[in-house]
Design a protein around this ligand. Sequence first.
Ligand SMILES: [Zn+2]
Ligand SMILES: [Zn+2]
Length: 318
Amino acid sequence: MYYIFKKILIIIKMIKSNIIILGCNSSLPTKNFHPTSQILYMRENYYLIDCGEGTQVQLIKSRIKINKINNIFISHLHGDHYFGLIGILSTYQLLKRNKKLNIYSPKGLKNIIYEHLKWSNSKITYPLKFITLKSKKYKKIYENNDIKIYIIPLKHKIYTNGFLFKEKKKLKNLNIENVKKIKEIKISDYLNIKKGNNFIKKNGKKIPNNYLTFKSKKTLSYAFCSDTSFYPKITKYLKNVDLLYHESTYLHEKKKLAYNRGHSTSKQAAKIAKLSNVKKLLLGHYSCRYPNISKFEKEAKKIFPNCETSKNLKKYYI
Ligand SMILES: [Zn+2]
Ligand SMILES: [Zn+2]
């Protein structure tokens, strides 16, 4: 019995939305930290967010099959956020991928990749689509049956976006015992009830939806904000997000340097989390000048206690 219970718990954990950190350093990789990349698992799909150098190897270590990725989101064209891409695209070719791959990125990435392929006399034969992001406004860029993805324009040295991933409402589960009590309800009415509508009987009497269904699960959201200066304007898009990854390249003692280089401090990341009323904050994009990242967490926690530093290959549930 205990064994079955444990097995069920593992399965529930497996299907829970999460991110795995593949890289959380800034420009220079170190022994323990790669440049930015992470993989989001949400509603049975994998989304790769940024693709710094070494991402492919990190994916192998995380035991995620790269062929499960169909959508890649690149925040901006500084090398620490996309230098790993050409390797992954080449591997797909070697693995004879035939599924379509979408890459959402600022203008220029398609040219970079095809120039690279030209000079190495290589080609890509699987369907590869580049979707150019150029809006400077918060905007929906992707939608499927389960989630919606928005860009959040950030304040950096070059055109940069954050990404907001929002689960859509799931259809409600029927309370079949109560449904059966209402003889007029036919199977063809089920979808309408699952969508949350009341049932109206022929005599005009309303059967409230909450009598016919169980309460639906809360929808989850995840926001990725790297790289950016302290930019309180974004808080309106981050309101009540379940998990926010916000860059914290420096400690606050280097706030001037952070500002000059288009980055944030951990104190500023915590301020954004607080102003947005997010549930949890994850820090990352550390400068390699800090051998001890616990200082970031300590500084941020003074302002926003539910905060953690992102670590190599660690999984964070949303
Ligand atoms: Zn960066
Ligand atoms: Zn950058």
